[in-house]
Write a protein that binds this ligand. Structure first.
Ligand code: NDP
Ligand code: 2IT
Length: 443
């Protein structure tokens, strides 16, 4: 069989799921040599099994808006793979959420979680609920309605959701409260919890910090660092916020942010109070980045993406397929040396091809943004121990995990002196899960 034939079968079985097929094709292409040279994997049909979720839960979420009108949303939880630990992965609330997006994210999570060195399987969930313009009371009622079904499917040893787009500390609080009321149990069924009720220090910052720790390791391979580097960031959410803080700590300067409305350019750098302003922008539920331009008097470019600016490092931190081949060509032309994904699958396959052809440092999200789920794993450990580690201890563990992920990418991805981080991350992530599946028989 060839990759093409394998993909034809997967496509026939999963029609109308472009994001899922995009994620599968990337992994299958990377691991195909390894798969073919290990007859035990082929006999056990590891790849055929790994692309099929173990379980998918689809449910109705009815709730009342502030006018007392009945609203209905879709609820999802894709429990993709539990070979190396309980299902683990975030919840996304965004109007674009559908089964293809849930399956792509759940699939990516399998390999990401495997890379973290911690015992976590892969899953993802969410809803097509739009947080934009909703009142706090509406968000609470929606979260309660969502958990009133999800609670029967999750548990500290079964499936442990967390946040993603549209789900931050506030939503995790409402979801946790409802679970506790329904089950009469105080257990670690979610991560990203508040610090006073089981949350881990550094979890809010973890994804962004991890992205920059990872980019630092990438730069080290060509004897460079963040000092004096100009950095372009997209998005203005949780991941962008954490990444900006760490770039500033390491002496770099972040000059852009973006939203669905366009991007802003701040030549003086996004630092100090300006970083805190990101939290205000997200909490406003308005979803526009233009507010930043008005607050600080900097240029705003409507309907444009930040990849046209001159920068040394690009950190796409918004959403899938937000950086295409034209953006990639612009970045290469303007001298960008390192592209590290904060979001999940933000670069299109054609964009990745351009980065790799030009021998740029490029890392996929499943390696570079694994810091978030890693600290989620550390939150689970602390919950099990009923202990709380210090900020320094969690940060040090996070930093070491990101270095370990980088080492795995270098080990499995180096071809003729160039580190192909896509290949490295996919092979390293796959091997651990594939061997566990083999050990556990055909289940
Ligand atoms: P937030 O909700 O905090 O922020 C999301 C950002 O992305 C916002 O700026 C949002 O603007 C933008 N965005 C979302 N969807 C779209 C869209 N369809 N088109 C344009 N812009 C969009 O989410 P996070 O920062 O948590 O997540 C950002 C990315 O990082 C996602 O890809 C997520 O999967 C990934 N990630 C998150 C982790 C975490 O721990 N939070 C961990 C690892 C990865 P708007 O909503 O207005 O569209
Ligand atoms: O994409 C991701 O890794 C996340 N949204 C975080 C998942 C988690 O369980 O912390």
């Amino acid at each position: 069989m060839t990759v093409k034939e394998f993909m034809q079968k997967v496509t026939a079985r999963n029609p109308h799921e472009p994001e899922f097929l995009q994620a599968v094709e990337e992994v299958v292409t990377s691991v195909w040599d390894v798969y073919e040279s290990n007859p035990q994997f082929m006999e056990a049909k590891i790849l055929e099994r790994i692309v099929e979720p173990e379980r998918m839960i689809l449910f109705r979420v009815p709730w009342f808006n502030d006018k007392g009108e009945t609203q209905v949303n879709k609820g999802f939880r894709v429990e993709f793979n539990s070979a190396i630990g309980p299902y683990k992965g975030g919840l996304r609330f965004h109007p674009s959420v559908n089964l293809s997006i849930m399956k792509f994210l759940g699939f990516e999570q399998i390999f990401k979680n495997s890379l973290t060195t911690l015992p976590m399987g892969g899953g993802k969930g969410g809803s097509d609920f739009d947080t934009k313009g909703k009142s706090d009371a509406e968000i609470m009622r929606f979260c309660q309605a969502f958990m009133s079904e999800l609670f029967r499917h999750i548990g500290p040893n079964t499936d442990v959701p967390a946040g993603d787009i549209g789900v931050g500390g506030r939503e995790i609080g409402y979801l946790f409260g409802m679970y506790k009321k329904l089950k009469n149990e105080f257990v670690g069924i979610l991560t990203g919890k508040g610090l006073n009720w089981g949350g881990s220090l550094i979890r809010p910052e973890a994804t962004g910090f991890g992205v920059v720790y990872f980019a630092q390791e990438m730069l080290k391979t060509i004897n460079k660092n963040f000092e004096g580097k100009i950095v372009a960031v997209s998005g203005f959410g949780n991941v962008a916020w954490g990444a900006i803080q760490k770039v500033n700590d390491l002496g770099g300067k972040v000059v852009t942010l973006s939203g669905p409305d366009g991007y802003i350019y701040d030549k003086d750098g996004i630092k100090g109070d300006k970083v805190d302003y990101l939290l205000e922008m997200r909490a406003s539920n308005r979803d526009v980045v233009q507010d930043y331009a008005e607050e600080y008097g900097v240029p705003f470019y409507p309907e444009k993406r930040p990849w046209e600016v001159t920068c040394d490092v690009a950190l796409p931190c918004a959403t899938q397929n937000e950086l295409d081949e034209h953006d990639a060509e612009n970045l290469v032309k303007n001298g960008c040396i390192c592209i590290t994904e904060g979001a999940n699958m933000p670069c299109t396959p054609k964009a990745i091809e351009i980065f790799q052809k030009n021998k740029k440092l490029y890392s996929p999200g499943k390696a570079a943004n694994a810091g978030g789920v890693s600290v989620s794993g550390l939150e689970m450990s602390q919950n099990s121990l009923r202990l709380k580690w210090t900020r320094e201890e969690v940060d040090e563990r996070l930093h070491n995990i990101m270095k370990a992920i980088h080492n795995q990418c270098v080990k499995y991805g180096t071809v003729d002196g160039y580190v192909d981080y896509v290949r490295g991350a996919n092979i390293a992530g796959f091997l651990k899960v594939a061997n566990a599946m083999l050990d556990q028989g055909i289940v």
